[in-house]
Ligand binder design. Structure first.
Ligand code: VGL
Ligand code: ZN
Length: 201
């Protein structure tokens, strides 16, 4: 059993990010047995759930003429336009049926505001609007987090970078993550995470 100041944060293990889903990550479902086993080791387990309204600004379908995986400029910075995914209440937004959800004490939903995306479990993509996770973890005296889930180069990396910036000791368990890898995004995310003191295990 891990110390009580360590938390496991499971990022976006949802149907739409697994094979057959709207924004499928290759091998996304392969990590689930490992994640399920890890949950038993941690006293604090948090799940995140990408949770967008149908009119979300990150969907290419909501920008006329735009194709998925293209980039646009938003007031808060560059934004990748994605295929429509993880729409609130849809089957694609549900956790993968093989993922154990009972051990989790908290589910953080993110990306629920139409005008702004939220990759990180800690802040929306403006990097300042909090999700509340920092307060929850500090309130429970958590100082170290282990991140697993989908996708390594987007929601996992953004969460890791924010957590490191906030002063948490951060480990990304690579074998329990899978990446989208868009135009070198995985290599870029790794470089940034290592530069910020994130441990890639
Ligand atoms: C994610 C793209 C869009 C992720 C979520 O979970 O990494 N990526 N929304
Ligand atoms: Zn999303």
């Amino acid at each position: 059993m891990r110390r009580s100041d360590e938390a496991l944060i499971v990022i976006d293990v949802q149907n739409d990010f697994c094979p057959g889903g709207a924004l499928a990550v290759a091998g996304g479902d392969e990590i689930i047995p490992r994640i399920n086993a890890l949950m038993a080791e941690f006293q604090t387990v948090v799940l995140t759930q990408d949770w967008h309204p149908a009119n979300h600004t990150s969907f290419a379908a909501n920008h006329s003429g735009a194709s998925p995986f293209s980039l646009i400029e938003m007031p808060y910075g560059p934004q990748v336009l994605w295929p429509t995914h993880c729409v609130q209440g849809s089957a694609g937004a549900a956790f993968h049926p093989a993922l154990r959800t009972d051990p989790a004490q908290l589910v953080i939903r993110k990306g629920f505001r139409a005008a702004i995306d939220s990759y990180s479990a800690f802040f929306e993509n403006d990097r300042v609007t909090p999700t509340g996770l920092e307060g929850y973890l500090r309130n429970r005296s958590v100082t170290a987090i282990t991140l697993v889930g989908l996708a390594t180069d987007f929601c996992v990396a953004y969460s890791a970078l924010d957590a490191a910036r906030l002063g948490f000791a951060v480990t990304v368990l690579d074998e329990a993550c899978r990446a989208i890898d868009l135009n070198g995004s995985l290599a870029g995310a790794r470089v940034q995470m290592l530069a910020q003191g994130v441990r890639l295990a």
